[in-house]
Ligand binder design. Structure first.
Ligand code: ARG
Length: 461
């Protein structure tokens, strides 16, 4: 690189080396280089289309930019701190390659609309990748759910055994969360996919540019209609961080359940060697590191959301250098969400096994069929609250006697209430308890099969 000085001839001196380091973003914004080049190619073509530069000049600019992209991919383009940021680095290299015509590229453009363009193009692609990963995660959930419609698992409220449910129903709850995440990201994608290119530094430009033309070339769905808003808006990034945070909330909740399920206390799943780790001192341990890390990493994504909100709240219009701080937060959140989705998908796909016998045992060793006894009476005309109190009493005496509801004799049932008949045993058997909750959205097997079919049709498109 030949030029030492970045700024116009207004500047006589150069930056203090420590300040240059402090100011530079090249250490992290090189990640945007391919988007920067794509954006510049569209800008160059627009300049020629509108007659602001010659077609032949645009041709040279495009060829030079493509060469830089090639150099970068081959590992031959490694700009240093003296370049300040990716935008300057590319422009300077372009001038080296194509000569003075390279100095025309920045006509009718500012780094402010340029960086806004880059970051939107970057995020648009990452959103597509994350949505694809969400789909893979959903497919694995579906595969397990399909095989587990009639596998029962205790359902909890307050982490107390509440009512038994279909394991498929439990897994489909996570499917639904992922579905909302997928939809939400689709909506955010459209608001991200708006072009700020041509907003200039803040006020537009004196040149007869065609913003729609470059937006079309870049696949943007529209253009910002206010130049100040265009260069200073980061709503899309905040929305993305909000959506990313929710994905992490969902993954973290599933992680927490898997951690509990893998404990000796629950013992509902076994972690396979490919997805578990040992202890350096306790030879018997098998640790659920994957879900623990996912649960832990959720914190940094929430932090980035908070950081970005605070970053924006006091900014006067339009561009301020503070905005340079948006990138590391966004990049880290993107990478964290992608890595967590990948790890959880692998964990579900091949890293854990449900312990069917233990699950079957778990749903028949407690009082989680008590509601069904009350429902039994209520269905036979006893007011529900009365039935509820009656069953409460039976649970109390059974607990003292060390019995479960299924252990009561028909005589004992009849003593309690004459409405009880021999079919009470069938009514409180775990399978029946689950099958009977056939209200829309409930855990009844019929409902779960319908929910599965709907879920499958969602991931097909
Ligand atoms: N590196 C800067 C950023 O990331 C590029 C835009 C700089 N614009 C400016 N007016 N200093 O935001």
């Amino acid at each position: 690189m030949t030029e030492k000085k970045t700024w116009s001839d207004r500047f006589e001196g150069t930056l203090h080396p420590a300040i240059a380091r402090f100011n530079a973003s090249i250490g992290f914004d090189l990640e945007l280089i391919e988007y920067d080049i794509t954006g510049s190619i569209a800008h160059a073509k627009m300049l020629a289309h509108t007659g602001i530069i010659e077609q032949s000049e645009a041709g040279q600019l495009v060829a030079g930019l493509e060469q830089i992209c090639q150099e970068y991919r081959e590992g031959k383009f490694n700009p240093g701190i003296e370049q300040e940021d990716v935008h300057f680095a590319v422009e300077r290299r372009l001038i080296e390659i194509v000569g003075d015509v390279g100095k025309k590229l920045h006509t009718a453009r500012s780094r402010n609309d340029q960086v806004g363009t880059d970051i939107r193009l970057y995020l648009r692609d990452r959103i597509d990748e994350i949505r694809h990963r969400l789909r893979q995660f959903q497919r694995v959930l579906l595969r397990h759910a399909e095989a587990r419609v009639e596998t029962l698992i205790p359902g909890y409220t307050h982490l107390q055994r509440a009512q038994p449910i279909s394991l498929a129903h439990h897994l489909l709850a996570y499917f639904q969360m992922a579905q909302r995440d997928w939809e939400r990201l689709g909506e955010i994608r459209s608001r991200t996919n708006i072009s700020p290119l041509g907003c200039g530094a803040l006020a537009g430009t004196t040149f007869p540019i065609d913003r729609q033309y470059s937006a079309n070339l870049l696949g943007f769905e529209g253009v910002y209609s206010n130049s100040l808003d265009g260069v200073s808006d980061r709503d899309f990034a905040i929305e993305f961080l909000g959506a990313a945070s929710l994905i992490m909330v969902h993954l973290s909740r599933l992680s927490e359940e898997i951690i509990l399920w893998a404990s000796q206390e629950f013992n509902f799943v076994t972690l396979k060697d490919s997805c578990a780790t040992g202890s350096s001192i306790m030879p018997q341990k098998k640790n659920p590191d994957v879900p623990e890390l996912v649960r832990g990493k959720s914190g940094r994504v929430f932090g980035h959301l908070q950081g970005m909100l605070v970053l924006m709240k006091g900014l006067p219009l339009a561009y301020n250098k503070d905005l340079q701080e948006d990138k590391e937060a966004l990049f880290d959140a993107v990478k964290t969400v992608q890595a967590c989705l990948e790890a959880m998908t692998i964990l579900l796909d091949e890293g854990l096994e449900f312990r069917d016998e233990r699950l079957a045992e778990a749903v028949s060793e407690d009082f989680s069929n008590a509601t069904d006894v009350a429902d039994y009476l209520a269905a036979r005309g006893v007011p529900f609250r009365e039935a509820y109190n009656l069953v409460g009493k039976v649970v109390k005496t059974s607990l003292v006697a060390g019995k479960l509801l299924k252990d009561l004799t028909l005589e004992e049932w009849k003593q309690l209430h004459p409405a009880f008949e021999a079919d009470i045993y069938e009514a409180i058997a775990p399978k029946q308890v689950v099958a009977a909750r056939n209200s829309y959205g409930g855990t009844g097997f019929e409902q779960v099969r319908q929910a599965l079919a709907k879920a499958k049709s969602l991931v097909e498109n």
